[in-house]
Design a protein around this ligand. Structure first.
Ligand SMILES: Cc1cc2nc3c(=O)[nH]c(=O)nc-3n(C[C@H](O)[C@H](O)[C@H](O)COP(=O)(O)OP(=O)(O)OC[C@H]3O[C@@H](n4cnc5c(N)ncnc54)[C@H](O)[C@@H]3O)c2cc1C
Length: 425
């Protein structure tokens, strides 16, 4: 028997701490590799930041968008018996604004689709369209790499103002949850590469048409059964490894970076400090309702500003949700959190910029102060391997992506593979 077969043949007793998308991915990968897995989740339900919040009907803990390039997330959903085509609405990438068709990518090979979409953009002068195509050509030639110290604003400083305003700035804050003036150009280029230039359908928007928990968390809970222990906040990890006194061969910390830093403070000091050092950016989601109204499209971009917090609005009536419900997304929301919230400002923005059949009213404002890590230039992120047999998984772990569902899933899979191999080796 060679070494690989030997490793596979030896089941490992593994603990996963946290049942967000990273923890679920790690648990499924460990179980599929034949290991004995136990998942500890402190909340009463799995899903982490990507979960539904109880209400009548349910609210999502923030509007989420997936894209066609999220291959591992989609594969994980299928693994758990969820058909992505049923629970997600697939739309070709488009950035319409109220009353403006905006940039729209036609179907076809990505490079040609991008070029055709940009050239067909009627709202931009020809010089702006050519300016974007020349810049994109330069990024392509450089392999979508740049100086790690650059911000998105610096990288794109030469682009026409209309392209910055209508595409770069909203795309940056949506994907990295960090304003262009502070966001990492290197990570932004990686997102563009994966979305726009990684094969047909990669740039497609996949919008949930079921409550967020039905995409992964609930099916994962059913699949894991009694291997998932809910309401269990892990307090102590000891070398060996012991999780609150219970012995395991390997541990995957798939909790938040703050909790992972706390749990490793005395056993992996340097790693704990790097996790503790991450900064965060908030996201606010404001739900409005207006019975009888409908937006022209399921998703519209909005121009934010001092009196206009939201960058995007989603019409849940067109997404299988309750008709007349709208989710307004305020990414990079630190200034609004400092002002105590933005529900009234979003309502005023909605009334100014959109047409309504009945006056919209505020349903609910959800604020996630630590929605994602702040994706700034040259950021040193905590490594996946903390110590032999002790691994970290989560959207913040070192990698090329910003804080996304796909980053979390890939980190979970990588940690599972590392933890399994460490413990068996
Ligand atoms: C409002 C909002 C909008 C977003 N929009 C998008 C989007 O459009 N597209 C996208 O790709 N991403 C989006 N994201 C980011 C995405 O939600 C995250 O990247 C992803 O959910 C992170 O998953 P995770 O498993 O790494 O972490 P988490 O989801 O934070 O999971 C960590 C889990 O660990 C548990 N835990 C913590 N400490 C302990 C402990 N001591 N013991 C046991 N359990 C513990 C927590 O309860 C939690 O369930 C958004 C996030 C927010 C908040």
């Amino acid at each position: 028997m060679d070494r690989d077969e030997d490793q596979l043949a030896r089941p490992v007793k593994a603990a996963v701490v946290g049942a967000g998308w990273a923890g679920i991915a790690a648990a499924v990968a460990l179980a599929d590799a034949g290991h004995d897995v136990t998942v500890f989740e402190m909340a009463p339900q799995p899903g982490g930041r990507a979960r539904s919040v109880a209400g009548t009907p349910d609210y999502d803990n923030g509007q989420h968008i997936l894209i066609g390039a999220y291959r591992d997330s989609l594969a994980l959903m299928r693994r758990l018996g969820v058909d992505p085509e049923r629970v997600l609405k697939r739309l070709p990438l488009a950035m319409p604004y109220p009353g403006e068709p905006g940039l729209r990518l036609p179907p076809g090979p990505p490079l040609i689709a991008f070029t055709r979409g940009v050239l067909a953009h009627r709202g931009w002068p020809l010089s702006a369209r050519l300016g974007l195509l020349i810049a994109a050509g330069g990024w392509l030639v450089s392999g979508f790499r740049c100086d790690a110290k650059l911000t998105v604003a610096q990288l794109c400083a030469g682009l026409p103002a209309a392209v910055l305003r209508d595409l770069v700035e909203p795309l940056c804050v949506a994907a990295l949850n960090t304003p262009a003036a502070q966001a990492s150009a290197q990570v932004f280029l990686r997102v563009l590469k994966d979305a726009l230039f990684s094969g047909p359908g990669s740039a497609d928007l996949l919008l949930p048409r079921r409550p967020l928990s039905e995409l992964l968390a609930k099916p994962a809970a059913a699949w894991l059964g009694d291997r998932l222990r809910l309401g269990r906040r892990v307090q102590l990890i000891e070398p060996g490894w012991r999780v609150d006194g219970e012995a395991f061969d390997a541990v995957v910390l798939a909790c938040s970076s703050v909790e992972a830093a706390r749990l490793t403070a005395s056993i992996a000091t340097a790693w704990s400090a790097s996790a503790q050092g991450l900064g965060f950016e908030p996201i606010i989601t404001v739900y409005l309702h207006s019975p009888g109204s409908a937006l022209p499209e399921a998703m519209l971009a909005l121009r934010d500003g001092p009196d206009a917090p939201a960058q995007f609005v989603f019409d849940h009536g067109q997404l299988g949700g309750p008709p007349g419900r709208y989710a307004f997304v305020v990414s990079g929301a630190a200034p609004w959190v400092a002002r105590g919230g933005c529900d009234e400002a979003v309502l005023a923005q909605a009334i100014r910029e959109l047409r309504w059949a009945t006056p919209p009213v505020i349903d609910r404002m959800l604020t996630e102060k630590r929605a994602t890590f702040a994706c700034t230039p040259a950021l040193v992120r905590p490594s996946a391997r903390i110590a032999p047999g002790l691994w970290a998984a989560g959207d913040y772990v070192d990698g090329p992506y910003p804080a996304t569902l796909e980053g979390a899933v890939r980190a979970g899979m990588a940690a599972a593979q590392g933890a399994g191999a460490d413990a068996a080796g």
